[in-house]
Design a protein around this ligand. Structure first.
Ligand SMILES: *[C@@H]1O[C@H](CO)[C@@H](O)[C@H](O)[C@H]1NC(C)=O
Ligand SMILES: *[C@@H]1O[C@H](CO)[C@@H](O)[C@H](O)[C@H]1NC(C)=O
Ligand SMILES: *[C@@H]1O[C@H](CO)[C@@H](O)[C@H](O)[C@H]1NC(C)=O
Ligand SMILES: *[C@@H]1O[C@H](CO)[C@@H](O)[C@H](O)[C@H]1NC(C)=O
Ligand SMILES: *[C@@H]1O[C@H](CO)[C@@H](O)[C@H](O)[C@H]1NC(C)=O
Length: 381
């Protein structure tokens, strides 16, 4: 085993020397809700190279596994856009397609495809003073590509920020967002192998794509309770987890969604020791898969952080421990509805050494050792 110790020692040195990760803040733009939907995204798109956006669009479309010919799928997507998509989303997607110079059906397909394949970690915490923090990691396939098009957007109505969200260029829905002084929301996908075609029937029944429901809720819900209720009860096209945090003590909920309603809602309650909620991509009452146990790793980190030490910085650290932060992590968004100006998304930069560390972590079962314990021992000595 000597070689392994050497390897670990070496790696833990590289790891500590690489602690100054060059995470950077995502670009932030205003979008005016007072403009017609078709025109809203144009000023943002002008910050991007249209040729590169087209390439990204092609890569995303290629990553979909078509079971029908492309022209039939595109035809279906156009019908969906014309007859089923609610405003402002239909108009916004048409405007994006026109500005970038791609077909509307392509924008629709990309928007719907990415409804269902987010592997993420969301955490809500309450500190001893009753301050609520909400942090989330967004993990996606093709992460490096998504890092280039991640942005925070302030949606402006009558010169005021109506709500804020994090999305990708070309995507009109939100998976992460904040209604200032009221609540914050993040969504994590629930279903395995959840591809577009499985959802087609569900879509034709006119249910809401999840990212649109989130944006609607940010736009409409007058308070935290109404947001929890809207996210719990509105029919959606695929199963999902919603994490909702408010601005007052005790306002935090982790909602496990079936398509038609809530399967389970867990509430924050610091007075009985439930000072945090953590949601990944598995039902919390089930045993977590060994190959992806972000839940237990995150909970152990929160347990050892303790409620008196939780704050924006320590929550970010929990979202940065290996496995919780991984090769697929595109951004970490930090929010707190009571302090809306603090909303920020960090694009995560994973160093090679950390990747190597991840590789070792994944191998730990094969090697028959507990690397975390081993690392702890090495650090102590
Ligand atoms: C846009 O990207 C393409 C492909 O990477 C490149 O060839 C072109 O020069 C870029 N255009 C501008 C204006 O930067
Ligand atoms: C965005 O809109 C807000 C509210 O109207 C304004 O204060 C801010 O300066 C705008 N930011 C940019 C970059 O235009
Ligand atoms: C604490 O309270 C919450 C909300 O009332 C409840 O869901 C949870 O089961 C309680 N936990 C314990 C350990 O009593
Ligand atoms: C929080 O937990 C305590 C102790 O279990 C319980 O008495 C109280 O009703 C809970 N609060 C809420 C809002 O559920
Ligand atoms: C975290 O702490 C709780 C309460 O003390 C305990 O029940 C749970 O097993 C701990 N979980 C982990 C993963 O350490």
């Amino acid at each position: 085993m000597a070689w392994l110790y050497m390897l670990l020692l070496l790696n833990s040195c590289i790891l500590s020397s690489a602690l100054e990760e060059e995470d950077y803040i995502a670009p932030r733009y205003n979008i005016s809700l007072d403009l017609p939907p078709e025109q809203r995204w144009k000023p943002i798109l002008q910050h991007y190279n249209v040729t590169e956006l087209k390439e990204i669009s092609n890569r995303l479309l290629m990553s979909m596994k078509y079971q029908l010919s492309k022209s039939i799928i595109c035809y279906m997507a156009d019908i969906y856009l014309d007859f089923y998509v609610q405003e402002p989303y239909a108009g916004e997607m048409r405007g994006i397609a026109k500005t970038v110079g791609v077909r509307p059906c392509e924008v629709v397909l990309i928007n719907l495809y990415y409804e269902t394949i987010m592997a993420c970690t969301s955490i809500i915490t309450e500190d001893k003073e009753g301050n609520i923090y909400h942090g989330r990691n967004m993990d996606l396939f093709l992460a490096n590509m998504f890092k280039k098009i991640t942005m925070d957007v302030d949606f402006i109505k009558n010169g005021q920020i109506a709500y804020t969200g994090t999305t990708f260029v070309g995507f009109v829905g939100l998976w992460t967002g904040q209604s200032p002084y009221k609540f914050t929301i993040s969504a994590n996908s629930r279903e395995k192998n959840n591809v577009l075609w499985k959802n087609t029937l569900s879509m034709l029944l006119n249910r809401s794509p999840v990212s649109w429901l989130i944006r609607n809720t940010l736009n409409e819900a007058p308070d935290y309770q109404s947001a929890v209720s809207q996210l719990s009860n509105t029919p959606i096209i695929s199963e999902m987890y919603f994490t909702v945090a408010g601005a007052k003590p005790g306002e935090g909920a982790a909602i496990t969604r079936d398509r038609n309603g809530a399967a389970d809602v867990e509430h924050l309650n610091a007075s009985n020791g439930t000072w945090f909620l953590l949601q990944t991509n598995y039902d919390r009452w089930l045993t977590q898969p060994r190959h992806d146990n972000r839940r237990d790793i995150g909970i152990a980190a929160l347990n050892s952080t303790e409620q008196e030490n939780i704050n924006k910085v320590s929550l970010y650290e929990v979202l940065s421990i290996p496995k919780v932060l991984n090769r697929g992590t595109v951004h970490t968004t930090m929010m707190s509805a009571a302090f809306p100006q603090d909303y920020v998304s960090w694009i995560r930069v994973l160093k090679e050494s950390n990747d190597f560390f991840m590789f070792l972590l994944r191998q730990q079962h094969n090697l028959g050792i507990d690397l975390a314990e081993l690392l702890k021992t090495l650090h102590k000595n």
